[in-house]
Design a protein around this ligand. Structure first.
Ligand code: CA
Length: 480
């Protein structure tokens, strides 16, 4: 069979529940929905460390953060483990990357394995962004999402039609500070957006360190909501009303940013069809993690709760995937590299350190014997200066979630040295799918807690990660 092409579109911080194919109550994403209608929608894809740089390093290498050593947004990726684009390039694929990289600013962290690339420095800017390429830096004119789309279309235009390609389209949207294109000024006006049912979660049973996290809607800055808080909403007594006011403006801009990403997917799909290559081109849409969209009263990510943990993933490949199919097995971002290599017929041993498994059988509607029944997660950054999210690890199964807040930076770049109390959370997802009631201290769940603790230890051993053993736990060395 002819080797397939890959278009891997990844946005930044795009939560699945703001895609209509995943049941968004608010916005409509017709082009993303098309991927779901004509391909597969994956319903249980989880990141293994819910923040930009680590998720990207895991996706590229098929490894957990403690293996690729890019555990925080302050990390410099150092290629101690190879990436799937490097493998595909060696196997004769034409490779290109446009958009957000965010794996470090040093020379050693620059993209490798790409015939062509243009990246933003760190997050980049929404309007007139600077982009770095093999020949240096230049400032471009226009809206970031549209620029990256055009760079991708230009690559498709000038590619060698005799060889397969792998194109990475990495949008910076809809990352904070959520600057939309003016063409969407008419959409999702502030005041019209329904509030999520968990927005007024009082967090009464959560770990103390989680209650202290500065990701409340009221923590959104003026630069996030684009106008000063009205005088009459500034008092202590108006906290709830002010959170609602900020939520409306935050979501308006977030959803408008998503709209341009949806356009991008539509334009690329259109070009593949016009070129007559869409049948054997795999189009993947995902995001580096999920995001709280006012859920539990929060914005941002980091925590292991489902809104942050879950990644959207839609895959269209008419040659191999039945239209409208669904995958419910638990998949992680560590599985992506193995899957992409198998799709392209590349040798999986080219990534010797990888810890993932290919889910291509599930995409073809086959069962994959011995597939995992649990997902190990670890957020390494600890007590960062803005959000103050605590370091934690844990396990999600289809029915339960265990989270252990060990609360120590372990020398991770960007973390504070502040050691906070060690706490646990346990959620019974079968009866509490919104994760509102922490049952870690409930005697009725003592047996489950014990099982989940043991499962965490077992997965740590399997993946070669070290459990936390108090403030004297040895510090790992991270490249900086
Ligand atoms: Ca992100």
């Amino acid at each position: 069979m002819t080797r397939p092409n890959i278009v891997f579109v990844m946005s930044d911080d795009h939560a699945a529940h703001s895609i209509s194919a995943y049941g968004s109550r608010v916005n409509t994403t017709p082009h993303l929905d098309r991927l779901a209608d004509e391909g597969s929608r994956l319903d249980a894809v989880y990141c293994t460390n819910s923040i930009c740089t680590p998720s990207r390093a895991s996706i590229l290498t098929g490894t957990y953060s403690h293996i690729n050593r890019a555990p925080s947004i302050y990390s410099e990726f150092d290629y101690r483990v190879p990436t799937f684009p490097q493998v595909l390039q060696e196997e004769g694929y034409q490779t290109a990357l446009y958009g957000k990289w965010h794996l470090g600013r040093s020379e050693k962290a620059r993209p490798r394995g790409f015939d062509d690339w243009r990246i933003y420095p760190d997050q980049g800017a929404y309007v007139d962004p600077v982009m770095i390429g093999p020949d240096g830096e230049e400032q471009l004119t226009g809206y970031a999402t549209d620029i990256v789309t055009q760079q991708s279309l230009d690559f498709l235009e000038r590619r060698d039609p005799e060889r397969p390609f792998c194109l990475l389209v990495h949008h910076k949207a809809p990352h904070r500070p959520w600057v939309p294109h003016p063409r969407y000024d008419h959409l999702y006006e502030a005041g019209t957006i329904p509030e999520p049912e968990t927005m007024w979660d009082d967090h009464s049973s959560r770990a103390e360190v989680v209650r202290q996290v500065r990701m409340q809607l009221d923590d959104l800055r003026e630069s996030d909501v684009k106008e000063p808080v009205p005088e009459e909403l500034r008092g202590e007594a108006e906290a709830r009303e002010r959170a609602s006011w900020k939520y409306q403006r935050y979501m308006r801009d977030y959803l408008r940013c998503v709209q341009a990403v949806d356009d991008s997917v539509g334009e690329i799909l259109g070009r593949l069809e016009a070129d007559g290559i869409d049948e054997n081109t795999i189009v993947i849409y995902t995001s580096d993690q999920g995001f709280f969209l006012g859920d539990h009263g929060w914005f941002d990510k980091r925590l292991m709760l489902d809104e942050s943990l879950t990644m959207p993933m839609l895959i269209r490949w008419p040659a191999q995937i039945v239209a409208g199919s669904r995958v419910s097995d638990m998949i992680t971002n560590v599985d992506f590299a193995a899957t992409l290599l198998e799709m392209c017929g590349a040798n999986p041993s080219a990534l010797p350190e990888q810890q993932g498994r290919s889910f291509l059988p599930q995409l073809r509607g086959e069962t994959n014997p011995g597939w995992r029944q649990s997902v190990y997660y670890r957020y390494w950054e600890h007590d960062d200066p803005e959000h103050h999210a605590p370091a934690h690890y844990g396990v999600r199964t289809p029915t339960h979630k265990y989270i252990h807040y060990y609360n120590d930076g372990l020398g991770t770049p960007g973390s504070s040295d502040r050691v906070m109390p060690v706490e646990d959370e346990l959620y019974d997802l079968a009866v509490d799918p919104h994760e509102l009631i922490n049952v870690a201290a409930d005697p009725a769940y003592a047996g489950v807690l014990e099982e989940m603790t043991a499962l965490t230890a077992q997965l740590q051993e399997e993946y070669g990660d070290a459990p936390y053993q108090g403030p004297n736990t040895p510090r790992l060395e991270w490249p900086t």
